[in-house]
Design a binder for this molecule. Structure first.
Ligand SMILES: NC(=O)c1ccc[n+]([C@@H]2O[C@H](COP(=O)([O-])OP(=O)(O)OC[C@H]3O[C@@H](n4cnc5c(N)ncnc54)[C@H](OP(=O)(O)O)[C@@H]3O)[C@@H](O)[C@H]2O)c1
Length: 435
């Protein structure tokens, strides 16, 4: 950028946009020292000018329709902080890039869905499209992949990518309270969306981040594959407590890896050792472990959400643009990024935790054991806890590594049996010491 004064637009003044605006205003001098550029907030936009916001906004630069900004103002860099995968978010980013305006966004839904198209558009128009804040909040994970580890061959990425889920799981363990009650608490504390926390809880948010990580880690197009996605909505306090007795913890993990040059992306709850690195990432914290050559294993952790950490990543994108050079949005030219074959998830082999709630009567355990044997599932550990008062028992089985498809067939063959009180629970057990 040759110009000394850079005009900025901030579109979206919600939790992140409003905080970001305040950061931009208070850090102008710092940004000038670091980049040699003076920033000027030329325009801001939201739906409602009069909404109560944490920081004061200047009404004279406010636009209800962000597209009007591009018609009437000379903007160099635009922040899209609305947050939809389509609609105005896509429109404003697309229009800005076409008008050769650099774009910065924390919007993982937009990048996971339209990142390839928008990235190509940015390249064509020789401007930057930066989205560091879309994964891991304040953790500089995307820049680490694009720059810090640029020449490494990344094989696997494992992450706790959703602070809401991690908070809920940690808090259930700590307070011995139910999923439902802890979710309510998370909403009250602002760690979960008050109206619709579904996309955090069901794994959708983590999966969008996994797709972005895959594209950068493996230099491929963003996958549109039908992935394994399970959230934490069915995790019961009982499983957390049993895990605790087994020196394990349940975490919602996002994992992406290449197996025989096929992409295997997944999000699901996973039992991990309480003494492992990932087992000790608690509360709203996020963490990402990268495995590659020659780096070996690298881990980054930090606050994964919230306006502060998100604004930190947005400002790092700004500083990167102001320092100059047009960078490929996904690290390498669009035409070098190919799509990648999807790994057949029915080949997934795992150790599993199975919990059966059964009627307490003779022969039930032997019936379950026979079924497991029939599907070639061998038992590593078995814990039976009778509840004589209620005439029932809990049977927990940790299996040796087995094909998941066998477990699913086995569960389906058992789930209607009269001795079962409810459908069995199954949770994957992770062993992250192996490759
Ligand atoms: N919140 C976090 O901790 C966090 C963390 C990481 C990433 N992110 C990402 O940051 C983005 C924003 O999240 P947020 O939590 O700040 O969302 P939010 O609080 O819901 O704010 C959305 C903002 O967009 C404005 N808006 C909606 N439609 C608009 C339109 N057509 N034209 C102009 N403005 C419009 C809203 O206007 P009104 O104010 O008038 O309603 C509001 O200011 C999302 O992509 C999210 O995934 C958020």
């Amino acid at each position: 950028m040759k110009k000394k004064q850079i005009n900025i637009a901030v579109v979206g003044l919600g939790q992140v946009g409003n905080y970001l605006l305040n950061e931009l205003n208070t850090k102008k001098k710092d940004i000038e020292i670091k980049t040699g550029k003076k920033i000027n907030i030329e325009a801001i936009s939201a739906r409602n000018v009069n909404k109560k916001r944490k920081f004061k906004i200047k009404k004279e630069i406010f636009f209800k329709n962000p597209l009007e900004i591009l018609k009437t103002k000379k903007i160099d860099i635009l922040f899209e902080v609305i947050g939809l995968s389509d609609g105005m978010s896509k429109k404003i980013v697309e229009t800005s890039l076409k008008k050769k305006i650099h774009v910065i966004t924390p919007n993982k839904a937009l990048i996971a869905k339209h990142g390839d198209y928008l990235g190509k558009l940015a390249e064509k128009n020789k401007v930057n499209l930066e989205f560091e804040a879309s994964v891991g909040g304040g953790i500089p994970i995307l820049r680490t992949l694009k720059d810090g580890l640029a020449t490494n061959k990344i094989k696997k990425v494992i992450g706790i990518l959703n602070g809401t889920c991690n908070y809920i799981l940690s808090e259930m363990e700590k307070s011995k309270d139910s999923f439902f009650n802890v979710l309510k608490k998370a909403q009250m504390l602002g760690f979960a969306e008050p109206s619709n926390p579904k996309f955090d809880i069901n794994g959708y948010d983590s999966l969008a981040k996994v797709r972005i990580l895959s594209a950068l880690a493996f230099n491929k197009l963003v996958s549109k594959n039908n992935c394994l996605m399970e959230g934490i909505e069915n995790i019961e306090l009982k499983d957390i407590q049993i895990a605790n007795q087994l020196n394990l913890r349940i975490k919602l993990l996002g994992i992406t890896e290449l197996i025989n040059n096929q992409l295997f992306e997944r999000v699901h709850p996973c039992l991990v050792g309480k003494d492992s690195y990932i087992g000790n990432i608690n509360g709203v914290m996020n963490a990402v472990i990268l495995r590659g050559k020659p780096i070996g294993e690298t881990a980054l952790q930090g606050e994964g959400a919230g306006p502060g950490p998100t604004s930190s990543a947005l400002l790092s994108d700004l500083v990167s643009i102001l320092r100059g050079n047009i960078k490929y949005p996904f690290g390498i030219p669009f035409k070098k990024r190919k799509s990648i074959r999807n790994y057949d998830k029915s080949n997934y082999i795992n150790s599993l935790y199975l919990r059966f709630e059964v009627k307490d009567k003779p022969g039930v355990l032997s019936k379950i054991s026979k079924k497991l044997a029939r599907y070639k599932i061998s038992v590593k550990r078995l814990i039976q806890t009778p509840d004589k008062k209620n005439n029932k028992a809990t049977i927990v089985i940790i299996t040796h590594k087995t094909f998941e498809k066998n477990i699913i067939k086995c569960i389906n063959s058992i789930k209607k049996k009269e001795y079962l009180i409810k459908a069995p629970t199954f949770i994957r057990v992770g062993n992250f010491n192996e490759n």
